[in-house]
Design a protein around this ligand. Structure first.
Ligand code: UDP
Ligand code: MG
Length: 315
């Protein structure tokens, strides 16, 4: 059983050593632990720090490509290196390294394929009141969109089994966290969550620049993932709104018409027709998206088998 712990890094020379030192050297049930960093175009001494510390693998980008891309490149490299379990954590020592044992336990017990470390969000002192509420709200949306019960969706402290890692696909460029959960829910991958501890803040977040951009990017990510993975439901709900309004207006017109054959109300009749049409059209867009989603599913399946052939030389 080989575990690779990966850390995406963007200008992390100051905290990387602390984070690496905090990682476990051995875990019950794991024969071998290797450490990997993904250098996301850092302009400081991140790579030198990692080399001096002695990490086993370094994935290097010449320019900054964003966390989602770095995360996926790390997963691919870990698979190539023969990892049976991959753990992702942050370079700012945000998550408690000692809890990696807890994170991999459900995978070792063959109870889950993805384990998300749930932070005690309400008791994290450096999160503002609004950030706490937003994280809860985001997690709630992800739970609805994914049909899972993951309490802390934006958490970057996660473990993946080899099989689950081969099934991950991330389209979004901002963050992989929400999309992977929605995907796991849709693909019925066994996903679970364990409570973990966090450490004091060593530097401000690189992803949370301002409240507005965070909310905007997270909301867009969730909407996009919902649209991609549950197209009929998504467009069905959106189409229902104009359709219902048009239907009510139409019935209202018919009632008027029944009592007076020369009733006016033509503008409302036109509006009803337009609303009904928009509703039906939106539903038809949903049907198109549903067909595309079916294609995507097949491509995902092919990608999974290609990865299995490439990394495991079988099937
Ligand atoms: N990160 C990265 N590329 C980026 C931004 C961040 O690889 O463009 C890394 C960063 O070095 C850190 C992890 O992603 O290890 C999470 O970033 P951060 O801790 O700032 O985010 P937060 O914990 O606030 O979500
Ligand atoms: Mg962090």
């Amino acid at each position: 059983m080989k575990l690779i712990i990966q850390i995406p890094c963007y200008n992390e020379e100051e905290t990387l050593n602390i984070a690496l030192d905090a990682l476990p050297r051995q875990i019950d049930g794991i024969d071998e632990i290797e450490y990997m960093i993904i250098n996301d175009g850092s302009r400081d001494k991140t790579v030198e720090v990692a080399k001096a510390w002695g990490v086993h693998h370094i994935v290097n980008f010449r320019r900054n490509r964003g966390l989602a891309y770095g995360f996926m490149a790390g997963i691919d490299e870990a698979l190539k290196q023969g990892a049976d379990i991959i753990v992702n954590t942050d370079a700012d020592n945000q998550y408690c390294g000692d809890d990696i044992g807890k994170l991999v336990a459900p995978i070792l017990a063959e109870e889950a394929d993805i384990v998300i470390g749930a932070r005690p969000i309400d008791s994290i002192s450096h999160f503002s009141f609004i950030k706490k509420k937003l994280q809860h709200l985001g997690s709630w949306f992800v739970r609805v969109a994914s049909d899972t019960d993951i309490p802390d969706a934006p958490s970057g402290f996660r473990a993946f089994s080899r099989d689950a890692a081969m099934r991950l696909h991330v389209i979004n460029e901002y963050t992989y966290t929400l999309e992977t959960i929605i995907q796991a829910g849709r693909e019925k991958i066994a996903i679970t969550s364990v409570p973990i501890r966090t450490n004091a803040e060593l530097r401000p977040s690189r992803l949370f620049h301002s409240m507005r951009s965070y909310v905007k990017k997270s909301a867009l990510t969730i909407i996009r993932a919902f649209m991609m993975y549950k197209p009929l439901k998504f467009f069905g709900i959106i189409g229902m709104i104009p359709f219902t309004m048009g239907f009510i207006l139409g019935v209202r017109y018919l009632i008027y018409l029944a009592s007076d054959p020369y009733t006016g109300h033509v503008p409302s009749l036109i509006l009803a027709a337009i609303l009904l049409l928009i509703g039906v059209q939106t539903f038809i867009v949903g049907l198109h998206a549903d067909v595309m989603a079916a294609n995507r599913k097949m491509i995902e399946e092919v990608k999974y088998h290609v990865k299995k052939m490439e990394y495991d030389g079988q099937e």
